[in-house]
Design a protein around this ligand. Structure first.
Ligand code: 5RP
Length: 219
């Protein structure tokens, strides 16, 4: 089984978490793309979707699914998205695709977060994957210095601008033993829009693609 087979399997399993006639929150990335393709097959059963990125909005529209703004949609019953790393506590690092801020907003506005991952994403401790931090451009250098004080090694994601017109610092060298605390600390640095730790609002369900099938984990 390839990694794509595992991603497709969890995307198919996630459809069972989408209630009839709802507006569904949709994440960003290759696993979320498989989920969007599955949503395309049941588009007559949903009202529409709120997208966490311009790329996902485009793919949803390509399937003929109506993209609704979060302000119009209000509270969503479910948000489905991937992760770069996830623990058994369902704390995550996200933002490898740079969509972390909109992902965090849509996740916050959703009753249930269903994370869809292949087994390679499950870790004991977060931090091997560089932690993305979205920053206002004028604060780039200041935020980077503050992150060094916290023990991280920030590196500017070259040639990349977020959908919100900001920059990403990818932070290397972290062993994140207290993700809730670090998420708060980083978000309190002036100029940080948000960071890719999803610990204050973790996932509610993890659908993990393994060679022996899709495992469901909850806390
Ligand atoms: C994008 C994300 C993605 O969920 C994360 O990068 C995982 O992507 P993929 O499913 O391609 O491995 O946070 O900002």
């Amino acid at each position: 089984m390839t990694q794509d087979d595992l991603k497709r399997a969890v995307a198919q399993a996630a459809v069972a978490h989408v209630p009839e006639d709802c507006i569904v929150g949709v994440g960003t990335g290759s696993t979320a793309n498989f989920f969007i393709d599955e949503l395309g097959k049941i588009k007559h059963r949903i009202q529409g979707a709120v997208a966490s990125s311009e790329a996902s909005a485009k793919r949803l529209q390509g399937h003929g699914i109506e993209v609704v703004s979060l302000n119009e949609a209000g509270t969503l019953p479910v948000y489905v998205d991937g992760a770069d790393e996830i623990t058994r506590h369902l704390h995550m690092i996200k933002g490898g695709g740079g969509a972390l801020t909109r992902e965090k907003i849509v996740a916050a506005a959703s009753k249930k977060f269903v994370c869809v991952c292949d087994a390679s994403k499950l870790v004991d401790v977060l931090g091997k994957f560089p932690l993305p931090v979205e920053v206002i451009p004028m604060a780039r250098s200041y935020v980077a210095r503050q992150i060094v004080v916290l023990g991280g090694q920030p590196r500017l994601r070259e040639g990349f601008t977020t959908d919100n017109g900001n920059l990403i610092l990818d932070v290397y060298g972290l062993t994140i033993l207290n993700p809730v605390e670090l998420e708060t600390t980083l978000n309190n640095i002036a100029g940080v829009v948000t960071n890719g730790l999803f610990a204050r609002r973790p996932a509610d369900v993890l659908l993990l693609g393994t060679a022996s099938g899709v495992q469901t984990l909850t806390v």
